[in-house]
Design a binder for this molecule. Sequence first.
Ligand code: FES
Length: 165
Amino acid sequence: MLKPLVDDISETTVSRRRVLGGALFWASCGIVVAILGVIGGGVLRFLYPRALYEASKIFKVGSPESYKIGSVNLVTGRGVWIVREQEGFYAILAKCTHLGCQPIWYEDQQVFKCPCHGSRFHKDGVNFAGPAPRPLDRLYLSLASDGRLEVDKGKDVGLDYKLKV
Ligand code: FES
């Protein structure tokens, strides 16, 4: 017995429609998932932005009375020395002017020495040996309204700057 030719064609057509419909469905699902992923990523970036939190450049370093005359004091975590002399205070950036290493204060020799390439600086920050091309940077130091010393790392001042308290 022969089957009618028309029925075969009809079954084949339905099968193609199913296959195409399924493919379209899964493609649509993929697009929806991709869109949701993009939106979700944007929301996550909004909630957790890529931001670097840097410490403030202006900070207080205690009362003037807490520094002895003639002392050089490293402010831990701030990279600044506070120097007190008879005539007043000044703040020095603890960063070598050669390539940026942190010099070390040698109390017995009254000198800053850079451990990287051997530059030497006097107590006032002036360079006298090694490859450092200029003195250590002196920073703006003032007396805050609460009576404490305040350093502004964003303001560079000249070597003759001293805070008289
Ligand atoms: S970084 Fe200080 S001497 Fe080179």
